[in-house]
Design a protein around this ligand. Structure first.
Ligand code: PLP
Length: 344
């Protein structure tokens, strides 16, 4: 029964990714999927002249933190710069790539700013150089184009981003892509990821994918809430990190990123938390971190500006009314901080 349940879930994922049943591997997270894609390909590489790996400067830490290990394996790692909204340009990639590159890692949507990369064009440049292309689609799955349209050899996804359970992810591996396991043991997942499968998590992942498929209006709802929030804050002097006219296209409908010049995100976040508003200053998973966001630094912000960055995200249950209420609280918190400053 467990095997049938996992197979059924794999079919749902394969259908949603637009790939073959056997091209989907289940893992414990988006992080593990990225690690397996990058380190697994590096370990399986049999071409010594392909000893360079490129990654976007604004990738998630699940990708960037593979660098020290890649270097110990003998690879040199190059960072592809991003523009002021964390997008990578195919021409910039063309300037960095060569026949010594094994793998290019570029995310579909940036988890902090929500901006979407021109992945198909980036994949084309990668393919022209004969390298493999890994795309972190954790922020966009299951709304992203099929893996064929993305042009990727490897794609990582995670269940908790779409209201599935935490602790389960998947990796698309295009048939024929060389990959070595990084978790060793039994022969699960076509001998590419050992360990007894998290059956309940995997089944929950597939249920979440089906739920998203059956509720496409959720994306419009998120956008309405986000737009109401963004309009209110920008009218009050908050600077949007992605120009407002761009928010309607090539940006996730759920994200709004901004800063208020002169006010540290940390001060605002502590007060917002007391008001019942959960936001973050960088990646949601490092919301406790005091380091300025590496994404904003890669976009060209100063350390001070990067420490001011606030990331708000909206979900399936967010309404424009609730978003407006939240925006008014954010403005109230900003006014209180400015008031305290002016009297101290
Ligand atoms: N990649 C991106 C773009 C993400 O946003 C996240 C999670 O926030 C991850 C990878 C890591 O996924 P997981 O939390 O499933 O390990």
């Amino acid at each position: 029964m467990a095997r049938a349940a996992v197979d059924g879930a794999r079919e749902v994922l394969a259908d949603s990714l637009g790939c073959l049943f056997g091209e989907v591997l289940f893992t414990s997270s988006g992080t593990e999927s990225a690690n397996l894609a990058i380190l697994g390909l590096a370990l399986a590489n049999e071409s010594p002249s392909r000893n360079r790996i490129l990654m976007g400067a604004a990738e998630h830490h699940a990708v960037l933190h593979c660098c020290p290990l890649l270097e110990r394996l003998g690879y040199s790692v190059g960072l592809i710069p991003v523009d002021s909204v964390a997008r990578s340009d195919p021409d910039a990639l063309r300037g960095h790539i060569g026949v010594d590159v094994l793998l290019v890692c570029l995310m579909h949507a940036n988890n902090e700013l929500g901006t979407i990369n021109p992945v198909a064009d980036l994949a084309t440049v990668t393919r022209e150089a004969g390298a493999y292309f890994f795309c972190d689609a954790v922020q966009t799955f299951p709304y992203c184009p099929s893996v064929g349209e993305l042009g990727a050899d490897l794609v990582s996804v995670s269940a908790h981003k779409l209201y599935g359970p935490t602790g389960v992810g998947a990796l698309y591996v295009r048939a024929g892509t060389p990959l070595a396991p990084v978790v060793l043991g039994g022969g699960q997942e076509r001998e590419l990821r050992a360990g007894t499968e998290n059956v309940a998590g995997i089944v929950g992942f597939a249920e979440a994918v089906k739920w998203c498929r059956d509720h496409p209006q959720v994306q419009t709802q998120k956008r309405s809430a986000r737009d109401a929030f963004a309009a209110t804050l920008t009218a009050q002097g908050f600077l949007p990190s992605v120009p407002v006219f761009e928010q309607s296209s090539n940006v996730l409908p759920s994200h709004f990123h901004c800063r208020f010049p002169g006010i540290d995100a940390e001060t605002t976040l502590i007060r917002l938390d007391r008001e019942g508003i959960s936001a973050s200053s960088g990646a949601a998973c490092s919301s406790g971190s005091l380091e300025p966001s590496h994404v904003l630094m890669a976009c060209g912000y100063s350390k001070q500006e990067a420490q001011e960055g606030l990331r708000f995200t909206f979900g399936a249950n967010s309404t424009p009314e609730e978003a407006l209420e939240a925006a008014l609280k954010v403005i109230q918190v900003k006014d209180e901080i400015l008031q305290i400053r002016s009297t101290s």
